[in-house]
Design a protein around this ligand. Structure first.
Ligand SMILES: NC(=O)c1ccc[n+]([C@@H]2O[C@H](COP(=O)([O-])OP(=O)(O)OC[C@H]3O[C@@H](n4cnc5c(N)ncnc54)[C@H](O)[C@@H]3O)[C@@H](O)[C@H]2O)c1
Ligand SMILES: [Zn+2]
Ligand SMILES: [Zn+2]
Length: 397
């Protein structure tokens, strides 16, 4: 079959690889009908995640049709159309029973990314996300093996197109969990750092939750403009305004700051040359630029919700400011499974239309070009969808 594989930083290509087969009795094989490129894939693509090897198959946002099921698979059967959560969870351990699926303690043969983990179990395995997260082949491929098929695969109605439901695999539940962690409610004032796919869907979810005022910070004007037009967000370009937090505070009642800030950027945040150099030299784990802005922009007693991925240590993390302001932090990989039924209902009722952020439909065979377009923010790219076997003439690029 064909699959998108890694060959070093900024080098991916669609190779012919062996078809996957069933391994455990509760595995299924999925024929992929649609898959997406995520900002998290860009961390891999840039060579920033240790344990990424030549030939690894990427892809953790995908859906398709069940073509084979192991003897112990009860919840889905051949022919079913399903979306797959990017987190692989057993459904039965201490954490899965708490619905904290991304902490599942029985799926990951790797170490996770914590530096000071001691004897705590690693977090859940993830599709296509390095040996730290289990070395499980991903879904930017024609076929993929899906472990724990009694827990993960989520059936979707035929009436909804792939585009409408594909983002249930990751970025829609991620945005949803980010606003729930931020306790966004009618009247809330919210700031979102990052207007990528996660930041944009976070704006959509914050609107749906009744937020009164939404600020959004990025330096890609076309992404900011989309957020302004579609979600009535107030755009701030950090290339033109180098202290967005100060501006946000000045534009909230009583100069208090916003009730909650959502960091949809993560450890590759732009804007601090020192941290970029230090993290390239591996002296620093992450750029703290966006996080420092978040801590500054939020009001006393407010919440900083962090869906953006962080790794390692940040020297410039202002813990004293967070203490002084009495902040709450919530973060982590999304507990995808927990949110799927309510999000599917919101899509069915027309309250969420996540497909609106898609700009590029491409054949899987052209995935390498898709990575380049998304990474370089070419052609006003917001989100790329890859379709195996798609007629290249139908591509919208
Ligand atoms: N928690 C989870 O389970 C989960 C799931 C999906 C994605 N993520 C993470 O969410 C983050 C965003 O993903 P995405 O797909 O939207 O990625 P993306 O790379 O398309 O978007 C990130 C955006 O942040 C902007 N940005 C960079 N530096 C900034 C700064 N200092 N201030 C404000 N904006 C800045 C970039 O210009 C870009 O538009 C990534 O870190 C990704 O790994 C986490
Ligand atoms: Zn993702
Ligand atoms: Zn579990």
């Amino acid at each position: 079959m064909k699959a998108l594989t890694y060959h070093g930083p900024h080098s991916v290509k669609v190779d012919n690889v062996d078809d996957p087969g069933l391994i455990a009795p509760d595995d299924i094989i999925l024929r992929v009908t649609a898959t997406a490129i995520c900002g998290s894939d860009l961390h891999l693509y840039r060579g920033k995640i240790p344990g990424t090897h030549h030939g690894d198959i990427f892809g953790h946002e995908f859906m398709g049709e069940v073509v084979e099921a192991g003897p112990e698979v009860k919840n889905v059967s051949k022919g079913d159309r399903v979306v797959i959560p990017f987190v692989i969870a057993c459904g039965d351990c201490f954490f899965c029973r708490l619905q904290q699926y991304s902490a599942c303690e029985s799926t990951n043969s790797g170490q996770g990314a914590a530096l000071n983990r001691k004897s705590i179990t690693p977090p859940a395995a993830l599709f296509g996300y390095s040996s730290l997260y289990g070395g499980v082949p991903g879904g930017q491929a024609e076929y993929v093996r899906v472990p724990k098929a009694n827990t993960g695969p989520f059936k979707v109605p035929d009436i909804l197109s792939d585009e409408k439901v594909l983002f249930l695999s990751d970025i829609l539940p991620t945005a949803w969990q980010a606003v729930i962690n931020a306790e966004v409610k009618p009247g809330s004032r919210v700031a979102i750092y990052g207007a990528g796919p996660v930041g944009l869907l976070t704006a959509a979810c914050a609107r749906l939750k009744g937020a009164e005022q939404i600020f959004i910070v990025d330096h890609n004007d076309y992404r900011l403009e989309f957020a302004r037009q579609r979600y009535d967000a107030i755009p701030i370009n950090f290339d033109k305004n180098d202290d967005p937090a100060a501006w946000i505070i000045e534009n909230t009642p009583g100069n208090r700051g916003v009730d909650a800030v959502i960091d949809a950027v993560g450890f590759e945040a732009k804007g601090s040359i020192t941290e970029t150099v230090l993290s390239t030299l591996k002296i620093e784990g992450s750029s703290g630029k966006a996080l420092r802005q978040c801590i500054a922009a939020v009001r006393r007693g407010g919440i900083v919700s962090v869906p953006g991925v962080y790794a390692g240590f940040i020297h410039g993390f202002m813990f004293g400011d967070a203490f002084d302001k009495g902040l709450t932090f919530k973060m982590g990989q999304t507990h995808v499974h927990a949110w799927l039924p309510e999000l599917l209902a919101l899509i069915e009722q027309g309250h969420l239309t996540p497909e609106e952020i898609i700009t590029h439909h491409m054949p899987l065979e052209e995935a390498a070009r898709g990575y380049e377009i998304f990474e370089k923010r070419q052609q006003e790219c917001r989100k790329v969808i890859l379709v195996p076997g798609m007629n290249a003439e139908k591509a919208t690029v």
